[in-house]
Design a protein around this ligand. Structure first.
Ligand SMILES: Nc1ncnc2c1ncn2[C@@H]1O[C@H](COP(=O)(O)OP(=O)(O)O)[C@@H](O)[C@H]1O
Ligand SMILES: [Mg+2]
Length: 253
């Protein structure tokens, strides 16, 4: 599918439903959700805790299965394609709230390991690429440190470099700044903002409303397993249409 500007659809979710069962209790987390991500989109997923933001993001790279509906990544359907899931998954990359770096590898090795295993680059080639990526996130001088020797902001920047190393079409970020001390948040949002400027397609779950307003091409409010509102940031924050979004934004201010 192509949007009005001629951009390709990179992720397409159609009527996706997902529920969890806990001790007999049935919890519908995604309720026939439709969501399209086009090339160049920077979508911020916003909603209360438990509204299904992480689940939604995780279904986009099949970290979470779905009960019904269809998900295509770059036109490839997870359910029906002959391509192995790990191959489809490589079209996206995930940045997690808690960094999830390998503790026994240096920053450089954490970034280089993907290209070594996936693209089968030699150690030397992979590390040369990793150096370029670490430079891009401003960490060239920290390349030989282990995660435990880095601040949270630095660890998250390494994890962004690692995500970029496999050259994903879409970067998926789940609350990338939530585990950071407030004064370190900007280190990570600055990098994501730079990537957005360079045209990287991203879906970002965030509670940083100022960041969402600055970086998003569109903001999406998720509640009750559905998209309640999807709008450009100015309209989303200044003229919310849905009462639930209005209430949500009022509670924040
Ligand atoms: N693996 C799981 N097993 C059972 N329930 C889950 C699981 N993952 C998420 N949930 C439930 O699904 C709902 C949505 O969770 P989540 O997607 O993490 O929301 P958010 O990221 O918006 O806070 C919550 O009620 C949560 O408890
Ligand atoms: Mg979450």
């Amino acid at each position: 599918m192509i949007d009005s500007n001629g951009n390709k659809s990179l992720i397409s979710m159609k009527a996706v439903s997902k529920s969890f069962s806990n001790a007999g209790h049935h919890n519908t987390v995604l309720d026939s959700l439709d969501l399209e991500v086009f090339e160049g989109d920077v979508l911020c997923l916003i909603g209360s805790s438990g509204s299904g933001k992480s689940t939604c993001l995780r279904t986009m790279n099949a970290l979470e299965t779905i009960d019904s509906g269809r998900i295509e990544v770059c036109g490839i359907d997870f359910a029906t394609s002959n391509m192995p899931i790990h191959k489809i998954r490589q079209k996206t990359a995930m940045v997690f709230q808690r960094f999830e770096l390998f503790p026994h590898l240096t920053a450089l090795e954490n970034v280089a390991i993907g290209p070594r295993l996936v693209a089968k680059l030699s150690k030397k080639e992979a590390e040369a690429e990793a150096e370029v990526l670490l430079k891009r996130v401003g960490l060239e001088s920290q390349a030989h440190k282990y995660p435990s020797q880095l601040s949270g902001g630095q660890q998250q920047r390494v994890s962004i470099a690692r995500a970029l190393a496999n050259k994903p079409k879409v970067l998926l970020c789940d609350e990338p700044t939530s585990a950071l001390d407030p004064e370190l948040v900007h280190e990570v949002t600055d990098i994501l903002q730079q990537l957005a400027k360079e045209g990287m397609t991203m879906v970002i779950v965030t509670h940083e409303m100022r960041f969402a307003r600055n970086v998003a091409t569109e903001c999406i409010f998720l509640e009750g397993g559905k998209i309640v509102e999807r709008a450009k940031p100015a309209a989303f924050f200044d003229q919310p249409q849905h009462i639930r979004l209005k209430n949500f934004l009022e509670r924040l201010s």
